[in-house]
Design a binder for this molecule. Structure first.
Ligand code: ADP
Ligand code: ADP
Length: 219
């Protein structure tokens, strides 16, 4: 279970971006979180992905309390959540070839020997042509780069996925393709999903349940 309780978080303690947010995701569940631009969705997505430490509240992941860590959550917990962001160009090191981008989490966790084979398998899974793996981010389209970022998020076979406006920059057919990749992965592994966005039609079709920002923030 992924549980966020009474989360207050942001960049300035005097004016937090998120105040008193609550979210519960059961294993295997998919939840779409809707809300207007600037309301705090990305900040909360980063808290759920264990990338941003809240100022108040508790995060519990599969029975482990994640909050209370001094700087970052322990790696063993961070690696059970894969995350994809809205802008792949900000989320990808521009110097890395796509194969190295996809392999980042494998290398970071010491799985170098299996990395090459896993990258080939992941590229296939996300529909990224093998010829693109030797290119750098500026040599591919946003859609291709987002496929690589999704492959990176799946590299460690996470039990949870956080997709923050994953398809906001992409056309309809690329959007459908990436959603299908996520859903195939979930069908295979039973992973849970938090999808953040602003499009009720997309999230309504994609997720088992949707909720609006106003419903999760109880001030
Ligand atoms: P949403 O995803 O709903 O558009 P965000 O979580 O991105 O909302 O932003 C919530 C608020 O936090 C906004 O007022 C935004 O300007 C501010 N904010 C977001 N990221 C940063 C940052 N890195 N530094 C300072 N303020 C930020
Ligand atoms: P560090 O060595 O700084 O502790 P991490 O263990 O967080 O780094 O991860 C190493 C790299 O792998 C990061 O640069 C990040 O891009 C990527 N990565 C790790 N975990 C994930 C994930 N869950 N989703 C997407 N990318 C990840």
């Amino acid at each position: 279970m992924l549980e966020l309780k009474d989360i207050t978080a942001g960049y300035d303690r005097r004016a937090p971006a998120v105040r008193g947010a609550h979210l519960t995701l059961h294993p295997g569940e998919s939840l779409g979180l809707l809300g207007p631009s600037g309301c705090g969705k990305s900040t909360l997505a980063r808290v759920a992905a264990l990338l941003h430490r809240p100022d108040r509240g508790t995060v519990t992941l599969d029975g482990h309390a994640v909050t209370g860590f001094s700087h970052r959550a322990p790696r063993s917990l961070r690696t059970s959540v894969g995350v994809v962001f809205q802008q792949p160009r900000l989320a990808a090191d521009p110097r890395l070839r796509l194969r190295d981008l996809v392999a980042e989490p494998l290398r970071a966790t010491g799985r170098r020997t299996e990395a090459a084979a896993r990258v080939t398998e992941l590229a296939e899974r996300v529909g990224l042509g093998a010829d693109l793996l030797s290119r750098r981010p500026h040599e591919v389209s946003d859609g291709q780069l987002q496929r690589a970022c999704l492959a990176r998020a799946l590299a460690l076979r996470p039990r949870w996925l956080v997709c923050d406006e994953m398809t906001a920059m992409l056309d309809a057919s690329t959007t459908a393709g990436l959603v299908a990749v996520v859903e195939d992965y979930r069908a295979e592994t039973g992973a849970g999903l938090l999808a953040v966005g602003h499009d009720p039609v997309l999230l309504g079709r994609w997720c088992g349940r949707t909720t609006h920002w106003d419903e999760i923030v109880k001030d």
